[in-house]
Design a binder for this molecule. Structure first.
Ligand SMILES: Nc1ncnc2c1ncn2[C@@H]1O[C@H](COP(=O)(O)OP(=O)(O)OP(=O)(O)O)[C@@H](O)[C@H]1O
Ligand SMILES: O=P(O)(O)OC[C@H]1O[C@H](OP(=O)(O)OP(=O)(O)O)[C@H](O)[C@@H]1O
Length: 211
């Protein structure tokens, strides 16, 4: 039997993913060692391999078949636009993709003004403003602490993830519009879906019983 390979995003989702797999008897003790610099782990008994990568790289590994299965946020799937099958909503990592800014920016959205939008998610922002809202905007790509942009005058609004809303509140910003809900998803390489369909379907069935 060949190894089934999983690409897991490092960061906030990884712990939940390992907990979920443990509930259906898939363990990889070595992966829990946070001090370890090892990147790939094997479960010989179950013929499974797991590796950790940057979240945005997970759909890339899955599209090319270097991983059969990936676990990553829906934000990353939408942003990367890779050819993968999204097969399951895992529920955790729940948050919302939103247009945010100071309250005074609300009329700019309402009147479809030509505004600047700062974001870590340029493709999601483009799709929302151009295809959903039909509003022409200038997208400015940033890599983090997006909430700074409207405060220091880099942009009028931002497109970013909102979970508890604390970051917005503590910086005098608010949700102006919701783009879409987000949570962790399982994605599968289209060829693996056909070649390993029994093992993948069995995995999905077992996960459904614990979610
Ligand atoms: N408050 C939140 N902020 C960011 N992402 C969240 C939040 N809550 C849930 N998520 C989900 O968790 C996923 C992973 O988030 P994480 O911050 O670990 O990754 P990242 O943004 O790629 O990390 P980094 O920028 O530190 O490399 C996100 O893609 C999103 O789907
Ligand atoms: O609604 P909240 O619970 O406050 O969470 C949302 C914040 O968390 C994320 O930032 P992250 O911590 O990933 O840091 P970053 O801005 O550097 O990406 C996100 O980009 C928001 O800034």
């Amino acid at each position: 039997m060949r190894y089934l390979t999983f690409a897991l995003g490092k960061g906030r989702l990884a712990k939940h993913t390992l907990e979920l797999f443990e509930k259906i008897g898939i363990t990889c003790e070595e992966m829990k060692d946070e001090k370890s610099r090892k990147l790939i782990f094997t479960n010989e008994d179950l013929k499974l391999r797991f590796f950790l990568s940057k979240g945005p790289d997970v759909p890339t590994y899955v599209e090319y078949g270097a991983a059969d299965i990936g676990i990553v946020g829906r934000d990353t799937i939408l942003e990367e636009g890779r050819k993968v099958h999204e097969v399951m909503d895992l529920g955790y990592g729940a948050c919302r993709m939103c247009v945010c800014g100071p309250k005074k920016a609300a009329p700019l959205l309402e009147h479809h003004e030509l505004i600047r939008v700062a974001t870590k998610y340029p493709n999601i922002a483009k799709d929302y403003f151009y295809n959903t809202k039909h509003q022409t905007v200038e997208i400015i790509k940033l890599n983090g602490s997006i909430e700074l942009a409207p405060i220091v005058g880099l942009s009028e609004v931002i497109v970013d993830i909102v979970e508890t809303g604390s970051t917005l509140r503590e910086n005098g910003l608010t949700v102006l519009e919701e783009v879409c809900p987000i949570s962790a998803r399982m994605i599968v390489n289209p060829v693996s879906m056909r070649m390993e369909s029994d093992r993948i379907r069995d995995l999905i069935t077992r996960l459904r019983t614990v979610i």
